[in-house]
Ligand binder design. Sequence first.
Ligand code: ADP
Ligand code: ASP
Ligand code: MG
Length: 413
Amino acid sequence: MSSSALFPAPPPPPRRRVVQKFGGSSVATTEKLVRVAELVVAKKRAGFDVVVVVSAQGDTTDELLAKAKALSPEPDRRELDMLLTAGERISMALLALAIRERGAEAVSLTGSQSGIITTSSHSQARIIEVRPFRVEDELELGKIVIVAGYQGVSYRREVTTLGRGGSDTTAVALAAALDAEACEIYSDVDGVYSADPRVVSDAHKLVELGYEEMQELATAGAKVLNAAAVEFAKQRGIAIYARKTGSADPGTVIRKHVPTAPSGVRGLAHEAPLVFVDAPRATLASTRATLATLERLGVAPKQVSLAVGSGLSFALSLDDVHNLGTVEREVVALLGPGTWLPDRGAVSLIGEGITKDPRHLLRALEVVPQATALSTSSYRITLIVPAADTRAAVSALHQAFELGRPSTEASLT
Ligand code: ADP
Ligand code: ASP
Ligand code: MG
């Protein structure tokens, strides 16, 4: 017996795989696409299998949506999905062309071709499973695979979209299905900050965040990562690296078990405008009818609160609601005039165990006296304010909770 039979050569190490997602601002122009192509080719040449998820260029999704609404104020959601998915298809093909021009092999695939299977709920579908056979085959052939983000296909073979910001979810779902060692989300900001850096100039970058805190920040309006993407990452234990395109900065990593700041307050998120429904005379019966109506109309309420005798209230995000006129009409018919409050905003303080210290609640109300409603969870304090006051409330809270101090970050690392 030869020694090679006794000691067979170890199998070759598995190839290193990464999923890199580039958002709308990173692929907005031909020059930016070329830059992304160069970065992706460099990663491939460094020995990685690379799957790239792209968003629609710049404001393409908003522009397509406006075109649809000019023709049909409450557009059919199936047709809307057919339209909006075109944005990501443009980016994927252009990026594949740019990569091929740089001497590497690339192939672009739609969500459906990539095996992203979703529920059939148009404009806010959820990923059920990923069957990435085609992606695997193309990687095996040595190609860089470009996948159109934000889209999938239902079991009924209908094309669906994953809700605004959904390309992040495509990236995390693919990273899980392909067993990638990293999921990198590239945007125009070099990480997750203590508040939107466009609103608070002294916001500080968070080096690490736990899944729950990031999920709360995203749900409360921090667009930098999509909430469904973070939920997916948490379920599958995928670490997300939020980074800036073309920057050497390591950005923010979102993963399990991160020690929290002593104060419990890690960051702030805001969302405006949104609709706040406040119905002090709602009964259990009208509440049930309202929730059933929202379900039928495909709208999910947030921060629902009911106290029999003193009423029902909830907030509605506007991002993926394309039938707002109908929703308003039906809700007002059930709850009465004056209950539908448009032009509201929400400001949320986020941190693990934030409500354990009641001083946080008191301080928040002191700093934002214009608040008209308050709700809490173990990770969140949310204040509802007039939409026009939202940014000022974010700045005031950021200062009051001393989130701009560099020492806050130092204590976290
Ligand atoms: P992309 O188009 O690449 O997906 P997004 O516009 O969805 O990028 O997300 C990036 C934007 O998120 C930033 O420009 C920033 O203004 C905003 N943002 C909101 N909250 C935060 C936060 N806490 N940290 C960083 N960025 C934030
Ligand atoms: N293009 C979609 C949007 O603008 C999806 C995404 O960018 O993630 O929301
Ligand atoms: Mg985004």
